[in-house]
Design a binder for this molecule. Structure first.
Ligand code: ADP
Length: 182
C-alpha cells in the first residue's frame, strides 16, 4: 500500500484568491500530494467557466509545483465524496474564515463524515491578512472598477479586468435603465 497521503481541496474558485493560495501552500505541508477540485457549480452562476477556472488555478499553482510541491488541478461535477474516493484521497482540506464559514462547513463536514467516515475533513484557519477575502466580493469590487490586486494574484487580476471591461458597458446600461426607469 502506498504511504503517500493524498488530500483534496475542493471549491468553486471563481476566481482563486490570495486566501485560497495561502490554504493551498499550507496544505502542501500536510499532504504529500494535493488535488485541487474545481467544482463546476453551475447553480452558483460562476463568472468564469469551469475550463477557465481550472486554467487559472493551474497557472497560479505552477510556481509552487516548480518549487517541488505536488499539486494537481481537476474539475469535478459529481458528489464531492465520490470525487474524493475516485481520487483515492484520505483527507478533504477546507479553509475557515472567522464566523462566516463555520456553520456551513460544520454541517458539510458532518454530512460528509456520514457518507464516508474514513475520510477526514481538515480545516485550516484563514491567515488574518486574508480573513476578509471572498471571491464574491472580489468580483463585485472588480465589476465596479475597484483595484482587485490586493486580493488576487496579478494574472487573475488581469483576467478579471478584461472580463469586466467587456461587461461593464452592459452593467452601466443596466444601472442607467434602472435609475431612469427607461
Ligand atoms: P465553495 O463554493 O466550496 O465555498 P470557495 O472557492 O468559495 O468554494 O472556497 C473554497 C474553500 O476555501 C472553502 O473552504 C472556503 O471557506 C475557503 N476559503 C475561501 N476564501 C478563503 C480565504 N480568504 N481564506 C481562507 N480560506 C478561504
Amino acid at each position: 500500500m502506498s504511504t503517500q497521503r493524498l488530500g483534496v481541496y475542493p471549491g468553486t474558485f471563481d476566481p482563486i484568491t490570495k486566501g485560497h493560495m495561502d490554504i493551498i501552500a499550507r496544505a502542501t505541508k500536510l499532504v504529500d500530494r494535493l488535488i485541487i477540485g474545481v467544482a463546476r457549480n453551475a447553480g452558483k452562476g460562476p463568472l468564469f467557466s469551469i475550463d477557465e477556472r481550472v486554467e487559472i488555478v493551474r497557472d497560479e499553482v505552477a510556481a509552487l509545483n516548480g518549487a517541488g510541491a505536488q499539486i494537481e488541478v481537476r474539475a469535478f461535477d459529481n458528489l464531492l465524496m465520490h470525487f474524493v474516493e475516485d481520487c483515492g484521497a484520505s483527507v478533504i482540506i477546507r479553509g475557515l474564515r472567522a464566523v462566516s464559514d463555520f456553520e456551513y462547513e460544520f454541517q458539510m463536514a458532518g454530512m460528509n463524515a456520514r457518507l464516508n467516515s474514513e475520510i477526514e475533513t481538515v480545516f485550516l484557519m484563514a491567515a488574518d491578512r486574508y480573513q476578509f477575502i471572498a471571491s464574491r466580493f472580489v468580483k463585485e469590487i472588480g465589476l465596479l472598477g475597484g483595484d482587485v490586486r490586493h486580493f488576487v494574484g496579478p494574472r487573475v487580476a488581469d483576467r478579471l479586468e478584461s472580463r469586466f471591461a467587456r461587461e461593464r458597458p452592459a452593467a452601466d446600461e443596466d444601472a442607467l435603465r434602472k435609475a431612469t426607469g427607461r
